[in-house]
Design a protein around this ligand. Structure first.
Ligand SMILES: [Cu+2]
Length: 126
């Protein structure tokens, strides 16, 4: 029973990413949208996010595309929504979707030591 549950949990994010990838159209850096709304593009390096201040619309699904411009693995994690984080290898891109109530949220890289080194920012949802 436990094994079955864990497997389902692992499959769902993979499907979500596959759908988002299919919506990307021509690929590259063109502006893309998903059914849920615009894609917010964030770059991650050692050890910062650019931009470090993001905004989103309350109660509306939005996607965050993390482009890892660094030389090691990074992730984009929103405090309180750790299970929805996206982990991106060096030189790659990855997308996560979130739906949040109005408020101010911290986002950060959950790789050990990275947040303390500066990989964090503020997401304002209104
Ligand atoms: Cu990191």
């Amino acid at each position: 029973m436990h094994n079955r549950t864990r497997r389902l949990v692992a499959v769902i994010p993979t499907l979500a990413l596959a759908v988002l990838g299919a919506c990307g159209g021509g690929g590259g850096d063109s502006t893309t949208t998903t059914a849920g709304g615009p894609v917010t593009k964030v770059s991650g390096t050692e050890f910062a996010f650019d931009p470090s201040t993001l905004t989103a619309t309350a109660d509306t699904a939005f996607a965050v595309e993390l482009a890892n411009a660094g030389t090691i693995e990074h992730d984009f994690t929103i405090e309180g929504r750790e299970s929805d984080k996206v982990v991106v290898a060096a030189g790659k891109k990855g997308t996560a979707t979130f739906t949040l109530a109005a408020g101010t949220y911290k986002f950060y890289c959950s790789v050990a030591g990275h947040e303390a080194a500066g990989m964090k920012g503020t997401l304002t949802v209104a």
